[in-house]
Design a protein around this ligand. Structure first.
Ligand code: L3W
Ligand code: SF4
Length: 431
């Protein structure tokens, strides 16, 4: 999957060059200047956090929580260990951006995490990498070794007296391990199941110690912010939506791939960059932020700009920026069945509404697809969803309900037709 770069992380990265990920190439692009700037000018922890706050960077993992604010939650005077943790457990259907960061530009993440370690007074960090991407895990380990040998990691970094080391952890491939507290459990060697929140990781995180967890893309954006300034980053996007963002475009486009664009660009431009619709077909619908985000019909999506506020106003979420494009041939009942199956499979089973509810959602949609839908099934889906959303330990149950609500709202005619006629309106044998 190619990377089409035009932003703060991939600017100057020639992904066609096999060595573009190496330390030399990163330094030649201005890499590690941000860290040197902090250490040489003895920026305080508060200065660094203020710079990240002023940049308007919002968490790139799905929730869009302000990164600088999260960093400021770390207790400053805590006497024991504290940690920074990176979430590279990318597993949501449609997402494939973070693996490209560690594949093509791992030092941007490493430098970002070292800066985070400095800002929050931690001595150790971990990068939890999704279990299904082994080659990139090996490459990341090599990049860490390069950074260690060059004096960017370890004791007395660049002679500054600052100590920080970073370790990669190969995850176990379960989607739920991308939920931050399940990730921490898994990192501790336990079964990857979410914890109750609060307490949030900022006060009770890895091994019960204060911990800051950010997404790969969030950390990788930090070197640019420190090197070129918060204002420069902010101005690349739009107010409340600072910077550029990676969008993983998949589905019925001519050039699927990762596109790094300014937040606030019209969706129509992103679609054009991705080569437009394949085979000249019409756009039917888009999931703009990974499978957990509500689906939007073409006419609404074409009015949107790609930023947190515009997508939220349209009734969906920018999420992790996974843009799933569907053409006129897609059977929306079948598409929803696939998503429902995913959440049913990936529920960790701790909460009854999620464990049982995801199964019910899948079962009902499956029978509608297969011509056995019953009168009242749409009401049943509604009622099951209402008994799940907001009633569980983590957001997976909500994530399973959002697609059901949005598909049955925007494409209700297809569900009603299938129930009434015992077959789907759109032939789904190719879906
Ligand atoms: C301290 C407080 N910390 C909030 C922290 C919290 C977390 C962050 C955001 O889910 C969503 C989910 C997926 N004191 C705090 C505080 N925090 N209040 O802020 O918290 P939250 O709970 O809103 O989000 P989350 O649990 O991180 C993320 C959705 O993103 N999503 C998922 C994408 C999946 C991937 C993937 O596969 N890699 O990205 C996409 O839409 O459904 O709703 O750090 O601790 N008072
Ligand atoms: Fe597990 Fe689902 Fe409960 Fe999350 S909501 S803790 S995935 S059972």
């Amino acid at each position: 999957m190619a990377v089409f770069a035009n932003g703060v992380i991939f600017d100057g990265v020639d992904t066609a060059q096999p060595d573009c990920w190496r330390l030399d190439a990163y330094v030649a692009r201005g890499g590690y200047q941000a860290l040197r700037r902090i250490l040489d000018s003895k920026m305080t922890q508060e200065d660094v956090i203020a710079e990240v706050k002023n940049s308007g960077l919002r968490g790139r993992g799905g929730a869009g929580f302000p990164t600088g604010l999260k960093w400021s939650f770390m207790p400053r005077s805590f006497p024991g260990d504290k940690y920074v943790v990176c979430n590279t457990d990318e597993g949501e259907p449609g997402t494939f951006k973070d693996r490209d960061i560690i594949r093509y530009n791992p030092h941007s993440l490493i430098e970002g995490m070292i800066i985070a370690g400095y800002a929050m007074g931690t001595k150790a960090g971990y990068n939890y990498i999704h279990g299904e991407i082994f080659e990139d895990y090996v490459l990341f380990e090599e990049a860490l070794e390069e950074a260690r040998k060059a004096g960017f990691l370890g004791q007395n970094i660049l002679g500054s007296g600052f100590n920080f080391d970073l370790f990669a952890h190969h995850g176990y491939g379960a989607y739920i391990c991308g939920e931050e507290t399940a990730l921490l459990e898994s990192l501790e060697g336990k079964k990857g199941q979410p914890r109750f929140k609060p307490p949030f990781p900022a006060s009770f995180g890895l091994y019960g110690k204060p911990t800051t967890i950010n997404n790969t893309e969030s950390f990788a954006s930090v070197p640019f912010i420190i090197r070129d300034g918060a204002q420069t980053f902010l101005e690349k996007g739009k107010p409340n939506n600072g910077g550029t963002k990676l969008f993983s475009v998949s589905g019925h486009v001519n050039r699927p791939g990762n596109y790094e664009i300014a937040l606030g660009k019209p969706f129509s431009e992103l679609l054009e960059m991705a080569g437009g619709m394949r085979d000249g077909k019409k756009l039917k619908a888009v999931i703009p932020g990974g499978s957990s985000a509500p689906v939007l019909p073409a006419d609404i999506m074409m009015q949107c700009t790609m930023d947190y506020d515009s997508i939220a106003k349209a009734g969906s979420m920018l999420g992790s920026g996974a843009v799933i494009v569907m053409n006129e041939d897609v059977c929306m009942v079948k598409a929803l069945e696939r998503l429902a199956y995913f959440y049913h499979e990936e529920s960790c089973g701790q909460c009854t509404p999620c464990r049982e509810g995801t199964g019910w959602l899948y079962k009902v949609i499956h029978r509608i697809v297969n011509g056995q839908g019953r009168k009242g099934d749409l009401e049943l889906l509604d009622s099951v969803g209402n008994n799940m959303a907001g009633r569980t330990i983590c957001a997976l149950a909500d994530a399973a309900v959002f697609p059901v609500r949005s598909f049955t709202k925007h494409f209700r005619n297809e569900f009603e037709y299938a129930i009434e006629h015992g077959k789907t309106l759109v032939d789904h044998k190719w879906c």
